[in-house]
Design a protein around this ligand. Structure first.
Ligand code: NAD
Length: 333
């Protein structure tokens, strides 16, 4: 099986590639049937893409790397042609950046997805896995979203992801394309660009600096280790029904304040290192996914305990300073 992974040099995409190629330290493919003959990474290497994320699989003869933009129709057409499956991670992914400027989000997340879908349609790729987010649903005070809940995105990031989800599903309904969509909760783990809350806080704390906590710290997120996300995507790639959406979540809700307390403890720091800052504009209060369908149909269950996962993640950033130190100035440390 020849698998094209867009955005495979980013945080989650690179974990997927390491998993597919069973890199040392990864858990290997969720199923031997996923064993790829070729894994091609198509990545523009924006600020968050990093070839160092693929160092563990650099010498694997099945890996090909193509530096390029998913909006480049000629290139995408050429690359997609040689593959059976497209797993589409490439995106502009940071909400704060989308508030500062939405244009790259619309271009990459919407036009880029359409460019890939068109190429996959032309070449009859047999499966297109579109990786998306719980943020497309907006905010929920109580209860959980199911895959049938209406989309009500609030940030330019989530609006662009919602648009791309709907496009992907439209290609299934209109053209009969074999499309599956995953929507996942907040990920944490190694190799995450240090602008997102977990690596930002951990690397600041390891450097003896303060950390900025938005508003009253009461915003709730469901946290999932990146490896569990990738296991879920692999199950959907392999067994998901065409035209369906599948939730991938961790079942571990924390307020940002509770998450901060855990990160402070893991880094041996106190609350004096936390600086309250004005809340993010339009900050969604709570995200919560019902993962019952993915569990019942595909046998998905998250396996990484949150405390263990966070402790391992802190240890990884402690042990891999050389990976994140050069990124900190651009991440707005
Ligand atoms: P990331 O920012 O770490 O990685 C994005 C990757 O896409 C980078 O390697 C970047 O170079 C590449 N890229 C960006 N624009 C591109 C373009 N025009 N052409 C080719 N490559 C391009 O993001 P991530 O956190 O790994 O997220 C991956 C996907 O998972 C995204 O689609 C995101 O919406 C989704 N997702 C993320 C989370 C999370 O918690 N991080 C949760 C749910 C879903």
């Amino acid at each position: 099986m020849r698998i094209l992974v867009t955005g495979g040099a980013g945080f989650i995409g690179s974990e997927y590639v390491r998993m597919l190629l069973a890199a040392p330290g990864s858990c290997g493919p969720a199923d031997p049937q996923l064993e790829p003959s070729v894994v091609t990474v198509l990545d523009k290497l924006t600020y968050s893409g990093n070839l160092a994320n693929l160092a563990a699989v650099r010498d694997d003869r099945r890996l090909r790397f193509v530096r390029g933009d998913i909006c480049d129709q000629a290139l995408v057409d050429e690359v997609v042609a040689d593959h059976d499956v497209v797993v589409h991670f490439a995106a502009e992914s940071h909400v704060d950046r989308s508030i500062a400027g939405a244009a790259p989000f619309v271009v990459t997340n919407v036009l880029g997805t359409q460019t890939l879908l068109d190429a996959a349609l032309r070449h009859g790729a047999h499966r297109f896995v579109h990786v998306s987010t719980d943020e497309v649903y907006g905010s929920i005070d109580e209860g959980f979203w199911t895959e049938a809940s209406p989309l009500a995105p609030n940030s330019p990031y989530s609006a662009s992801k919602a648009a791309s989800d709907l496009l992907a599903l439209a290609y299934h309904r209109t053209h009969g394309m074999d499309v599956v969509v995953t929507r996942c909760s907040n990920n944490y783990g190694p190799y995450q660009y240090p602008e997102k809350i977990v690596p930002l806080f951990v690397t600041n704390l390891l450097d003896g600096r303060t950390v900025p906590l938005y508003g009253d710290g009461g915003n709730v997120r469901d946290w999932l280790h990146v490896h569990d996300h990738c296991v879920g995507i692999a199950l959907v790639q392999q067994k998901g029904r065409a035209g369906e959406v599948y939730h991938i979540g961790g079942g571990t809700e924390l307020t940002n304040k509770e998450l901060t307390a855990r990160l402070l403890a893991a880094c041996g720091a106190g609350w004096d290192r936390v600086v309250p800052v004005a809340d993010r504009k339009g900050h969604d209060r709570r995200y919560a996914l019902d993962i019952g369908k993915t569990t019942a149909e595909l046998g998905y269950t998250p396996s990484v305990d949150l405390d263990r996962g966070l402790a391992e993640t802190v240890r990884w950033y402690r042990d891999n300073r050389a990976w994140w130190e050069p990124l900190k100035p651009a991440a707005g440390a």
